[in-house]
Design a protein around this ligand. Sequence first.
Ligand code: SGN
Ligand code: CA
Length: 516
Amino acid sequence: MKSIKNLIYGSSALLVLASCSTKQQMENKPLNIVYIMTDDHTAQMMSCYDTRYMETPNLDRIAADGVRFTNSFVANSLSGPSRACILTGKHSCQNKFYDNTTCVFDTAQQTFPKLLQKAGYQTALFGKLHLESLPVGFDYWEILPGQGDYYNPDFITMNNDTVQKHGYVTNIITDDAIDWMENKRDKNKPFCLMIHHKAIHRNWMADTCNLKLYEDKTFPLPDNFFDDYKGRPAAAAQEMSIVNDMDMIYDLKMLRPDKKTRLKSLYEQFIGRMDEAQRAAWDAFYGPIIDDFYKQNLQGKDLANWKFQRYMRDYMKTVKSLDDNVGRVLDYLEENGLLDNTLVVYTSDQGFYMGEHGWFDKRFMYEESMHTPLIMRLPKGFDRRGDITEMVQNIDYAPTFLELAGVEVPEDIQGLSLLPLLKGEHPKDWRKSLYYHFYEYPAEHMVKRHYGVRTDRYKLIHFYNDIDEWELFDLKNDPSEMNNLIDNPDYADVLDSMKIELNKLQVQYKDVVFEK
Ligand code: SGN
Ligand code: CA
């Protein structure tokens, strides 16, 4: 794939974009990048991917006018690691940000915003960064400390002050991003704007104006909601089950003075940030649900179903703000004549479980959390529309943006530029397999360390550290990954070839695994 580099020029490339092959580039207009990333937004909850649950008309606008990647994946399904993969274009083993709990992102290393900045781009970042170090490579930034808050959130500003802003986080991040495009950037330069939302991270707190939505909806439990994890000991060992681990007060908001849960005080902290009007609206909505819930005294499967319905509704209400705010960004770009020379990207830091296997959260290499949504509205001159089915990964964004900007893609970047796919090409030598490695264990949700390989058809995973378990799935016959084929003699040849592929990828990406 490195051959695409012969399309690319050096850092003065902004001036010589005419050499690139698309019409827009021939018009010699440098292209902008608006990169919108949400937290924990899974494709099941976007109507352009999945019509079972909710409508997301603004996200659908991006997909309808542009492209939808149907095989888009992360390299390590967790916030900080995913963001590090995105910024560097490298797997965790190379960018060294392995997990959320022990790592600090080394800002001395190469990132695509730094390279864009060097090439004359204006770069800006708003929202969640979650890398334990301050942003480098941005002309302007304001970030949430850590996970940030939904209501009246604090922001860390460029002079290292912390300021509290009034309102709902998704609106504020969007306001600030639009304000930067309108008032703060140098309008003579191309720009790369990264809008990183906190939503829809746990504990799914919606804006008060959306609280009443979706209450008339009920959803069928996923078929494998009551998964028994047979043949999958690592799946059995997790602590991310809706039935066992979802907190009645923190996650599901059933606050009552006489009730105690593990995370009650954290919830009280969150709602303690609200002003009087916000709190009044919150209590007015949840109050009757709380009364009704405790009156019913649900047990067993009835309680499980009730938890699932509340989870789905709260998550959807939180997505609603996000979809509206993406619409505001699209409108701004359109009204200001920027759509034609801007690549608009919408993605998430990973996928999420909406009750599949009985879970919330992510981390596992299983489909729901290894997948991440990826849709793009393309600048004028890129004629590709509809679905792109090639397997892509979040390490591919950095080389894509660099190539789009006419900046040379450094040799050590491990991802592949998606530009050929956006131009409608189907490169014959496109990757046939993806590598994955998750490290955060022991930690919250207790998902064991694991690495693995995924092809179009099969997935091989090795869980290690305080366990030594292999899993093999046939994604065509068993898309929900319920049936571990590791000991099935009919799949012995498949297993052999998947092990060879896995070793090949570990060499290619220079991942040395210490299994204890
Ligand atoms: C918090 C959440 C977890 C979640 C991690 C990582 N717990 O710790 O449920 O898995 O973030 O999420 S909470 O009690 O604080 O809500 S990530 O998206 O940032 O990686
Ligand atoms: Ca996340």
